[in-house]
Write a protein of this length. Structure first.
Length: 200
């Protein structure tokens, strides 16, 4: 006669585990719905990141003497642009360094400021350097630049922008500027195509 089957005690799932699973499922659904809402809002509003750029630049004064001391005065116009049609943008922590062959001439800084929707603001910086002592190699480079009629400067720095994207909320974004300014020694103004978007 066959023996009757023996069954062990049934394992029941703890109600707390069920509650945790239901809560996790609800959170996952809410996250998905929020993601869809944010994506649709982004497609509808099409927000644009504000940018910072060099509007113009000129080498106003250059003095290079027999003792290899270089003194220059450079004017740089920095433009902050906000292409959003409905949201104003704010800029803060703005600081740029103007340098020649690795030697910093001046820092271009600004207090926090705002730019209205679909507009731009220009800031005019006049940078006067202290006499810069040059080593023989740098002095030769300056002499060569003067003969060619162009001196090359570097402008690097950052700013931080913040603007509101509809119902999504405020967005903060760092902007970086890294420009090479080839300035004619005849004091003429150039209009470089260099911005936080192009990075040229």
């Amino acid at each position: 006669m066959p023996k009757p089957k023996q069954f062990g005690p049934r394992n029941h799932t703890n109600p707390l585990i069920w509650c945790a699973a239901i809560i996790c499922a609800i959170i996952a659904v809410l996250v998905i719905i929020t993601g869809i809402f944010v994506f649709l809002g982004y497609l509808t509003i099409k927000p644009k990141v504000p940018k910072i750029s060099v509007g113009s630049a000129s080498l106003d004064t250059i003095y290079f003497d027999q003792t290899s001391l270089l003194t220059v005065q450079v004017t740089v116009v920095i433009r902050a642009e906000n292409d959003n049609a409905k949201a104003h943008a704010s800029f803060s922590h703005t600081k740029f360094a103007l340098s020649f062959r690795g030697e910093t001439i001046a820092y271009l800084v600004n207090d926090p400021f705002s730019v209205s929707a679909n507009s731009s603001v220009n800031f005019n910086y006049v940078s006067q350097s202290s006499p810069i002592p040059l080593n023989p190699e740098a002095a030769e480079a300056v002499s060569l630049s003067l003969r060619h009629g162009v001196m090359v400067f570097e402008l690097k720095g950052t700013t931080r922008t913040r603007w509101r994207v509809g119902l999504i909320g405020s967005v903060t974004f760092p902007l970086y500027l890294d420009c090479q300014l080839r300035l004619p020694v005849d004091k003429s103004t150039i209009y470089p195509r260099c911005s936080s978007r192009s990075q040229k």
